[in-house]
Design a protein around this ligand. Structure first.
Ligand code: GZL
Length: 330
């Protein structure tokens, strides 16, 4: 008769092994598959949701075992996830850094563990660029400049170029690369127009609900000061949609009484442009999954990859929104 205690003895040894040596190295559990540990910022916007979907689908397509952690937009959670990936001995670590600063120590730990790191979507402030293999994502400063140029064209078309105009900027997450760089690029263009004054610039953290509440507060302040708001520059479409709701709740016409320009190019932005409520959006492609998985496979197989991979993007305006809408993938 089989020694019924034998399996218990094996289980005991495995558990003892885990307790003494820590979790089994991932490669012991996922035979033959490359293992990617990915720390995602959160689910703050339609862009982010599309980005996560693209990553998960591309991992399956590429036969890569994905360990996916959602940080609820907290850097501490991302650092904890990266440390856990190191303990699990994943083959590659990738993450979209919620802010630019504060990554040096954990990246040193990944380097000391011999695990390559890929930055996806957002860049970081880090002097030692040996701490990451590549950055895959958009040029946010270029996006800011394109939206600034679009606004200048809109004002020319409406013969409002010289008028005294008040602008509200709805910033993304404080300290994040897209918020910093979109602001920089936008005001490199708009800063030349001294007739355009910034009435208020505050962060809506890339969230629609935050932006709606913030815009309502700003419109009430402006009304109390008998000041008209003429332009809203939102760092992403979800905040532009929040601003649209706020503007309409004040009995004003978004896209007409107040011009709105934003970034991302989500499907709902095309609907808003088609309704005349949003004037232009600069595409920021979230479908980075395939590019990420190709980089993971190359890195895991010791191939050299470029230090920076920029995703190509276009500017879209209301006049083409209806035709573009069926083609939108996110
Ligand atoms: C940009 C990305 C930004 C989007 C927002 O690449 O990091 O974060 O513009 C998202 O919608 O929340």
């Amino acid at each position: 008769m089989r020694n019924s205690n034998k399996p218990n003895a094996i289980s005991f040894l495995v558990i003892a092994g885990i307790l003494i040596w820590g979790p089994l190295p991932v490669d012991a559990r996922i035979k033959g598959k490359i293992v990617l540990g990915f720390s995602q910022i959160g689910a703050e916007s339609a862009w982010r949701v599309a980005n996560s979907k693209s990553i998960k689908e591309a991992a399956v397509e590429a036969g890569i075992h994905l360990v996916f952690e959602d940080a609820q937009q907290k850097q501490a959670n991302q650092i904890k996830a990266i440390k856990s990936f190191i303990l699990q001995k994943v083959d590659v670590i990738a993450f979209s850094p919620v802010t630019q600063d504060g990554w040096h120590d954990v990246l040193i730990q990944a380097k000391n563990a011999g695990i390559p790191v890929i930055l996806l979507d957002r860049a970081i402030e880090e002097k030692d660029d040996s701490l990451y293999t590549t950055i895959i994502g958009s040029d946010f400063r270029f996006e800011g400049r394109k939206i600034g140029e679009c606004l200048v064209d809109l004002l020319k078309k409406e013969n409002r170029s010289g008028a005294a105009l008040n602008l509200v900027e709805l910033q993304g997450t404080i300290g994040s690369a897209p918020a910093i760089q979109r602001n920089l690029g936008f005001f490199e263009i708009i800063g030349k127009y001294k007739n355009i004054k910034t009435f208020r610039s505050e962060s809506g953290d890339f969230k629609e609900t935050n932006a709606k509440q913030l815009m309502e507060k700003i419109l009430q302040e402006a009304s109390a000061q008998k000041t008209n708001i003429d332009i809203v520059f939102a760092h992403n479409d979800n905040m532009a949609l929040g601003a649209i709701s706020a503007i309409e709740s004040m009995g004003l016409k978004p896209g007409k009484d107040i011009l709105l320009v934003s970034v991302d190019g989500i499907r709902e932005a095309f609907v808003a442009m088609d309704q005349g409520k949003l004037n232009c959006t600069m595409e920021c492609n979230p479908l980075l999954g395939p590019q990420l998985m190709k980089a993971v496979l190359d890195v895991a197989n010791g191939k050299k990859i470029p230090k920076r991979v920029v995703t190509p993007e276009n500017l879209y305006q209301a006049d083409t929104a209806k035709a573009e809408l069926p083609k939108r993938k996110y």
